[in-house]
Design a binder for this molecule. Sequence first.
Ligand SMILES: [Zn+2]
Length: 154
Amino acid sequence: MNGLAGIGTRGTEDTKNFDFAKLYMENCIFCKIVKKEIPCVKVYEDENFLAFLDIEPVMDGHLLIIPKEHVVWMQDAEDETISEIFKLSKKLMHAQKISLGCDYVVISVVGKDVPHFHVHLIPRLLNDKFSNWPTKKYQGEEANKIAEKISSAL
Ligand SMILES: [Zn+2]
């Protein structure tokens, strides 16, 4: 829930005091799945987490794992939630590899598509030819400057 708390502090005067967290939570498709208001094809569920098939899979067996508690960004989740979701990811990756016959499983945490922290587990084949992220080359001192910027914020 604290995931969107900071958003209200930016933007116009009208948005500064607006409760974005409440708005997003009420309309959050993943919270609706947790509350069983929207169906999902479930693969795993426990007290705190739910894993289900992505409805628009990159590959058959593409899974999403979500904490049942609404939090937008991974960095806003409790440490224990993060630790447990990655342990569960490992378990599900093994199950995907054994059951689907994929060569490996990619793990991805984006969060921009649905504003509720989730982990993608995407089965892959060595020869599936999916393109990777676009890349660039650092120029001159650019890499050092960026690394310093990030480490100074730790
Ligand atoms: Zn949610």
